[in-house]
Design a protein around this ligand. Sequence first.
Ligand code: NI
Length: 197
Amino acid sequence: MSDRKLTLIVGLFFAVTAVAAIVAVYMWRGGGPGRIAAIGGPYALVDHDGRSRTDADFRGGYALIYFGYTYCPDVCPTALSDMIVAIDELGPLGARIQPIFITIDPARDTPDRLKTYVPKFHPRLVGLSGSLAQITAVAKAYRVYFAKSKGPTAVEDYLMDHSSIIFLMDPDGRYVIHFNHGTGPEKMAERLRELLS
Ligand code: NI
């Protein structure tokens, strides 16, 4: 093998290795752990007053977002109540957090229905609904599971299976942390105080 050929082969080897390394880094950043951590995203919904709202409307302050439905017998009311108690416990710091309730049962949870529900929890709680496609998209962005519960239920009276997670989004609309169901308002308030102080 001539020296020239060897140089060419070695050079080609390094070129291929360099390209592979660049591709690996690109994939890792785009499709690897960075992508996995990306919870949330843009959405366009309708609030309980019938106004169009997007994620951009809630920028500039923190937001706690919970996905559920108004006909939920116990899980959703508990989670919403915990979220609100935590916010109130924070006092002035809590005023920097916008509580948001996004329905995963848009067929029944119309804006009018949400209007009779959200004020029971907090005057600042915003209820969001939309078309099934819009709700499916936002739930997917937050990796929230929901489905009509199977069982011998009448069409008008059914339960929904769904994830029960409270998401904290920062003033730029980026995901910070989430609270699992049963975290409790004291622990939630404590963690929020640490993060917002
Ligand atoms: Ni529920």
